[in-house]
Design a protein around this ligand. Structure first.
Ligand SMILES: [Ca+2]
Length: 438
């Protein structure tokens, strides 16, 4: 190396270090310009399956990094199954809005209709590049297809679960490929978590200077579990470790591309685990599993990061519903819309300590496997619960009884009446009505 090259290299290195230095300083400065949106959704992960929420079976330093560098929403709610939660997340409404409260099976005619409200359409209207990478599960006919619902790019699968390696699902005894690049069926080789991670990083690289809305929707850790040998094979632990590593690579790519400072990152699971073991998969400290409106089915460890806007390492105990995520994300991005939502902009819950949410969160779900309607209202620390099979209305104080073990309905008739009235008002907001609380 001659002297001139040496000086050039030194100058470049100095520039790099000063850039890194300024990046570190800028990390807690409010972002300027467009705000990108990255939703990371995982599938059937139990509430207790992160290092930050209890498990010591393995470590999830990368997922937990989002909470360490942002806010952890301790009382965040989803629906107890994939389709319902994803419909609510994408539309800003309870899943009943489009009749998507139950799990869709392959070939179902149900799904998001043409003309449905969709997060992708909202962001696209503001010039964002929109992409869904991973699982869809809110309809597989032409109108419901991700590309028809506003996503510029779709890479992933349409149905409820896929084989991690073959990307097939058993449909009436036939292993059927369900993997797409937009409208084209593709037989891409690879492990889904790795494929989705790589695709997400490639999308970030391409959209470094243009605003994007990316929904990164991993099928992990949904059954049927399969994992790389070097991670320990087909165990929940290995699937979670690859998932955490993948999310770490995406966060590292945001750093490398200087996108961390202006990207809202949200992490959530779509419903609780179908198993509630002493070790992962576990919904501890809650009772219940996927497919139930018990806390184990519907509480999610949601975390969000936007440096300079969301205080680092903060925690929020206020209630947040997945149908609030779209209006909240639009607000974080400083975007306006003429679309109205059932969900509300809850940005201040994420950013400002002391903000409260007194609104009731109302649920109705038919537990297909066990039969019977279930209803629930969560309002501050109270939860009213009804299950058709036993015909009982129960009241729980979640602040002292997160496992919903002690029914306080008899001692609190006024609270029961208040929450029933909240639920009935919510049910009557649909046409036709969702009924009345028994
Ligand atoms: Ca799920």
């Amino acid at each position: 190396m001659n002297r001139r090259d040496f000086l050039k290299t030194t100058a470049a290195a100095t520039g790099l270090f000063s850039l890194l230095g300024s990046h570190r300083i800028l990390a807690d400065t409010a972002p300027t310009g467009s705000i990108n949106i990255l939703w990371i959704v995982v599938d059937d992960m139990g509430f207790g399956d992160l290092s930050s929420t209890g498990t010591s079976t393995y470590s999830t330093p990368n997922i937990d990094r989002i909470g360490r560098e942002g806010v952890t929403m301790e009382n965040s709610y989803v629906y107890p199954v994939c389709t319902a939660t994803r419909a609510a997340m994408l539309t800003g409404y309870s899943p009943q809005k489009y009749g998507l409260q139950a799990v869709l099976l392959p070939g179902s005619s149900a799904g998001l209709p043409a003309g449905a409200i969709s997060a992708a359409k909202e962001f696209k209207a503001h010039g964002y590049h929109t992409a869904l990478i991973g699982k869809w599960h809110i309809g597989d006919d032409a109108d419901a297809h991700p590309n028809a619902q506003g996503f510029d790019d779709f890479f992933g699968f349409l149905w409820g679960e896929t084989d991690y390696y073959t990307h097939t699902k058993d449909v009436s005894g036939v292993d059927t490929l369900d993997f797409y690049q937009n409208g084209t069926l593709v037989d891409t080789k690879g492990y889904t978590t790795d494929l989705f991670t790589s695709k997400a990083i490639s999308l970030l690289e391409k959209n470094q200077s243009a605003p994007f809305f990316l929904c990164l929707s991993y099928n992990a850790p949904h059954y049927y579990l399969a994992g790389p040998t070097e991670y320990g094979g087909d165990t929940y632990k290995s699937v979670m470790r690859v998932l955490d590593d993948g999310i770490g690579k995406v966060l590292d790519a945001l750093d490398r591309l200087d996108l961390t400072k202006n990207t809202l990152v949200v992490f959530t699971t779509d419903n609780g685990s179908p198993y509630n073991n002493p070790t992962p998969p576990t919904n501890a400290p809650f009772s219940g599993i996927k497919n139930m409106l018990k806390e184990g089915g519907i509480r999610t460890p949601l975390m969000a990061r936007l440096p300079g806007i969301i205080p680092r390492g903060s925690r929020c105990k206020e209630n947040f519903a997945i149908w609030d995520l779209l209006p909240t994300s639009l607000n974080f991005a400083n975007l306006t819309t003429s679309t109205s939502f059932e969900g509300k902009n809850r940005k201040s819950l994420f950013t400002t300590q002391g903000t409260t949410n007194d609104d009731p969160l109302c649920f109705k779900y038919n537990a297909q496997a066990s039969g019977g309607d279930t209803r629930a209202v969560v309002k501050r620390n109270w939860k009213l619960f009804y299950y058709e099979t036993d015909g009982l209305t129960k009241l729980f104080d979640l602040s002292s009884d997160p496992a919903e073990s002690t029914d306080l309905a008899g001692a609190n008739p006024d609270k029961v009446a208040e929450l029933k009235a909240d639920w009935n008002a919510w049910a009557a907001s649909f046409s036709p009505s969702q009924g009345t609380w028994p």
